[in-house]
Write a protein that binds this ligand. Structure first.
Ligand SMILES: [Zn+2]
Length: 403
């Protein structure tokens, strides 16, 4: 076994609340590998939002355990920090949300800048982008660890690809589809498009609770086993992790999809009404938050997701609904069948003349049956200035094919 994790600090979660916990961490939190030269590799990221230290603490805990006892370790674990300066100041971010900046126009600008001209999150993005470029080629999956400002159980967020479905199914928690489409520029969408590997987010619980670190560590143990970095059933931590997440999620393992995102404008005076938590039922017309212009009412019946109880952030809350297992089965079958070969036969749909694999859809066809077919096949909308909608397979970097 080799261990190059000299940066690991034995940081146990402090007694009492984790928040605030400003921390100074290196970009590479640690790296550890087993004897197999070309064994599988899990990339892990914590603290892409600086007020979410649980992911960093969980990574340190798992790395320290593996360093002490490498039983079952045949592959490699590489752990990165996300927004180092925001972690040091215990804020979500300074100028830019680090989980909204993984877009071609921002990356190209930052990659082309002189190091001396970079500021705040531009530095973070420049460094993390370079660090990922060095290791993505050897990676088999990425786990991006988060926490929430409001109360709630742990859950997975993911782009709906078959690889992600398989990777996430190892975690006995609810899985949320469509969040990455509701918010542009997430790290996981970027990774999926850059390297053909699964990349999922894991919301470990509230920022302020110690159990959030336990959940994040459990997710890492299970991801290590799923990718084969640890041999199956080789350690008690794996079984403990599965039991913990099963308990903490209350046996809830449904797949849900985002139906609505409440975007918060800078000067809106957004304030969530108290006592909402993720996966709580809400009804159409129910008052969920207050803004200067008046109450914010739920536009649909559904389940609450990630109510914002922190002052910063452009997402007020999301509303989700359960996805029927039959829909998931049907979509997996159609994708394996490569049914996208025939979608250009639908009314108002034609193959994109320049971008192989994408389709142009006339405005009036972007809802209803045609939209559902594209969803089943794993396609999402790409932002475009055209009056026609571009549907591209998930896994293509959003906006990367505009010219
Ligand atoms: Zn986060």
């Amino acid at each position: 076994m080799t261990a190059s994790n000299k940066d690991i600090q034995q940081t146990a979660p402090c007694a009492g609340a984790l928040y605030p916990t400003p921390m100074r961490v290196p970009r590479l939190i640690g790296q550890i590998s087993g004897p197999q030269v070309d064994g599988p590799t899990l990339l892990c990221l914590g603290g892409i939002h600086g007020n979410e230290p649980s992911g960093v603490l969980a990574q340190k805990r798992v790395l320290a355990s593996l360093q002490q006892d490498s039983t079952g370790l045949v592959g490699q674990l590489i752990c990165f920090s996300g927004n180092r300066s925001a972690l040091a100041d215990n804020v979500r971010h300074h100028r830019l949300d680090m989980n909204r900046v993984w877009r071609s126009e921002i990356l190209e600008r930052v990659r082309g800048m002189d190091a001396a001209d970079l500021r705040d999150e531009e530095i973070e993005l420049f460094e993390l982008d370079a660090a990922l470029a060095d290791v993505l080629g050897e990676a088999d999956g990425l786990l991006d660890l988060h926490s929430t400002s409001g109360p709630g159980k742990p859950f997975v967020t993911m782009d709906d690809t078959l690889q992600n479905r398989a990777f996430a199914s190892a975690l006995p928690v609810p899985r949320v589809l469509g969040l990455q489409e509701a918010v542009e520029g997430t790290l996981t969408s970027f990774v999926i498009a850059t390297a053909p590997i699964p990349a999922i987010g894991f919301e470990s619980g509230p920022h302020t609770e110690e159990s959030t670190v336990d959940h994040a560590a459990a997710a890492i143990w299970l991801a290590l086993e799923t990718l084969g970095v640890l041999t199956r059933g080789s350690r008690t931590e794996i079984a403990d992790a599965r039991a913990l997440l099963t308990r903490s999620s209350g046996g809830l393992t449904s797949v849900v999809e985002v139906r609505y995102r409440h975007a918060v404008q800078t000067d809106a005076g957004f304030k969530m009404e108290p006592n909402f938590h993720s996966f709580q039922k809400v009804t159409r017309g129910q008052i969920l938050a207050l803004e200067r212009n008046g109450p914010v009412k739920s536009p649909v019946d559904g389940l609450m997701l990630m109510p914002r109880y922190q002052p910063v952030g452009s997402d007020g809350f999301f509303l989700v609904r359960k996805v029927h297992p039959a829909w998931l089965g049907l979509s997996a079958w159609l994708r394996r069948l490569r049914a996208e070969r025939w979608v250009h036969l639908m009314p108002g749909v034609r193959r994109h003349p320049e971008h192989s694999g994408s389709f142009l859809v006339k405005g009036e066809q972007t809802r209803g049956f045609v939209q559902q077919v594209f969803q089943l096949l794993g396609y999402c909308r790409e932002p475009t200035a055209s009056c026609q909608t571009v549907m591209a397979p998930r896994g293509r970097f959003p906006q990367a094919n505009s010219n």
